[in-house]
Ligand binder design. Structure first.
Ligand SMILES: C[S@@+](CC[C@H](N)C(=O)[O-])C[C@H]1O[C@@H](n2cnc3c(N)ncnc32)[C@H](O)[C@@H]1O
Length: 254
């Protein structure tokens, strides 16, 4: 288990961004929840790993027989159980578990989903049933690139290999038979500088968080004002302050 990363998520305790005012423009036709929906039915047993405070699994996941949603942070699971009370009709059960040390029996799940979180492809392969499907959405190295260039640092900024490629190779090596990987581009427009700052202090976008080795991970909410002003000046548009997101999506079949 990665202690520094765990401490970071323990302090945050939720993955809720609805207080931030922003517009979102999807430039790629690939939707994570749509891909999950295409690969399940009402009898499916699903596993959502690194689920955070359950905000997304409760609101956006398709109706299936049952979804087990796990996170290694007790604080996140506490939030998720609280959030679940607002969705009594949803069949989602939350449990604390490290995704890198899963204790589920072999072949249990019809689908495993992982959004913006760490995976171990071999363990996912093990817990998937025959013909089971893995759906991932991740934050790629080139995410918010001009912001990272302005600050000369940020999530995966110094990595030699992009996280999307690392995941792809791990999934291939784990034995999945068909793997589809896409680059997802999204433009976000933040209404005010405060909205942008609210995102940056809560996420590791500007941290020296390496996707290759994050054993030194530590989160700093310090954001240099002169560099932020420079970024805002260059990226203010009539729709708001532009942040170019680069994500990746993977659908892999066992
Ligand atoms: C960026 S949040 C994403 C939350 C959620 N998947 C979503 O999309 O809203 C990442 C989550 O992964 C969890 N996480 C990170 N490493 C983990 C690990 N090794 N095992 C389980 N959960 C982990 C964190 O605690 C955090 O809640």
């Amino acid at each position: 288990m990665k202690e520094n990363e765990l401490n970071y998520y323990e302090k945050i305790g939720n993955w809720e961004f609805s207080h931030i005012k922003r517009k979102t423009e999807y430039l790629t036709n690939w939707n994570y929840y749509e891909k999950i929906r295409e690969n399940v039915n009402e009898k499916s047993l699903c596993l959502d790993i690194g689920t955070g405070g359950g905000e997304n699994v409760l609101k956006k996941y398709p109706q299936v027989s049952m979804t087990i949603a796990t996170d290694f942070s007790p604080e996140m699971i506490k939030t998720a159980k609280k959030n679940a009370k607002e969705y009594p009709q949803r069949n989602v059960k939350f449990a604390q578990m490290d995704s890198l040390n899963m204790t589920f029996p072999d072949g249990l799940f019809d689908l495993v989903s992982a959004r913006h979180t760490v995976i171990d492809a071999k363990q996912i392969y093990r817990v998937l049933s025959d013909e089971g499907v893995l759906v991932i959405e991740g934050v790629d190295q080139k995410d918010c690139w001009s912001l990272k260039e302005t600050f000369k640092r940020g999530q995966a900024y110094h990595d030699k290999k992009a996280i999307s490629q690392i995941d792809y190779e791990d999934i291939q090596n784990a034995g999945f038979r068909s793997i589809e990987k896409v680059e997802i581009r999204v433009n976000e427009y933040y209404e005010t500088v405060d909205d942008l700052v609210a995102l940056l202090v809560k996420t590791p976008i500007l941290d020296d968080f390496s996707e290759e080795d994050n054993s030194n991970f530590s989160h700093s909410s310090k954001i240099e004002k002169d560099l932020l002003d420079e970024y805002v000046r260059k990226n203010t548009t009539e729709k708001g302050i532009l942040l170019e997101r680069v994500l990746y999506g993977i659908v892999a079949k066992k």
